[in-house]
Design a protein around this ligand. Structure first.
Ligand SMILES: NC(=O)c1ccc[n+]([C@@H]2O[C@H](COP(=O)([O-])OP(=O)(O)OC[C@H]3O[C@@H](n4cnc5c(N)ncnc54)[C@H](O)[C@@H]3O)[C@@H](O)[C@H]2O)c1
Length: 281
């Protein structure tokens, strides 16, 4: 029976993942490398919960209970009693592999280690552990408390039992789980990222302003958000990392990251989280 959930990485995704597990009644230990990240995560969670209370979708008592179930830490050993662990650190294969090796060393033998990676091979992460059968992808969508989809990714060695554990957890979180095979970008980003990349090429080539490109996709194709606003929301560094994985993993030039995207990331213009991307925030 899963009671304690560890979440590693307290950024855009990690704080949302910690929040939904806490709201669903799990004790959550949220870990990041330093206290300022954890303080920011707590502030983001408080703000999100306040919105649910404002809309009448959550009682103040349930909000307080959820906050009470959440603790934060910078020490990996504090995850030793976790029954399930979700990793949501930077989209970098070496950083993730190193973390999976460390998690494998501290977590009980039967604990499933899930990655929220957008594109990196689950099989590669599993191979960094002695428990590849208990390593899988659990890809939440942004913002986690609002979006109902979770892509579940089965690595080459992931067991059916582990997939079942993750699928039951999704049901407890009231999320819809869809299974995807372990190929770069899985389903969501394999389809989404070429569109975002093409929008950046269109901007670079002067086909339209950011507003024009986003308005065409919103009003002309009924997308709730334009691709450039969505890229800012996801994080331009995250988009670039995913495109690099798609480009390298699939070998098709259509996934080549747009030079303008590279330039913005090099300048530290990462989208909403840095106050500047295709738009100012
Ligand atoms: N941003 C999105 O829309 C989105 C959507 C779905 C999945 N993802 C995936 O989720 C993961 C996290 O993305 P994000 O947007 O939250 O990134 P982010 O940059 O907002 O946050 C990453 C956090 O991880 C922390 N971190 C880095 N190395 C660490 C380590 N070794 N141990 C503990 N913490 C560490 C960082 O300090 C940072 O707080 C990535 O794999 C990304 O591809 C992102």
């Amino acid at each position: 029976m899963i009671k304690v959930v560890g979440v590693v990485g307290a950024g855009t995704m990690g704080n949302g993942i910690a929040q939904v597990f806490a709201q669903a009644g799990f004790s959550v230990r949220l870990l990041d490398v330093a206290q300022p990240m954890l303080d920011r995560a707590r502030a983001a969670i408080d703000k999100s919960l306040a919105k649910f209370v404002e809309k009448g979708q959550l009682s103040p008592a349930d909000r307080d209970a959820a906050i009470g179930r959440l603790s934060t830490t910078t020490t990996l050993d504090d995850l030793v009693d976790a029954d399930y662990i979700v990793e949501a650190i930077v989209e970098d294969v070496d950083a993730k592999r190193a973390l999976f090796t460390s998690l494998d060393a501290i977590a009980r033998r039967e604990v499933v280690l899930a990655s929220n990676t957008s594109s990196i091979s689950i099989t590669t992460l599993g191979a960094a552990t002695r428990r590849p059968a208990q390593v899988l992808g659990m890809h939440f969508m942004n913002p986690v408390p609002v979006m109902t989809l979770v892509e579940l990714i089965r690595g080459q060695s992931t067991s059916a039992e582990s997939m079942q554990v993750a699928s039951e957890l999704c049901a407890r979180l009231r999320k819809t789980a869809v299974e995807a095979a372990d190929y770069p970008g899985f389903i969501a980003n394999r389809i989404l990222m070429p569109m975002i990349n093409e929008a950046v090429y269109a901007l670079m080539e002067g086909v339209g302003t950011p507003e024009a490109i986003d308005t065409v996709m919103k009003l002309g194709l009924n997308h709730p958000m334009g691709p450039l606003a969505l890229a800012d929301f996801i994080g331009l560094d995250v988009c670039l990392a995913i495109l690099n994985v798609l480009h390298e993993g699939l070998g098709d030039p259509k996934y080549r990251p747009c030079p303008l995207l590279r330039r913005l990331v090099a300048a530290g213009h990462l989208g909403r989280k840095s106050g500047r991307g295709f738009y100012m925030y």
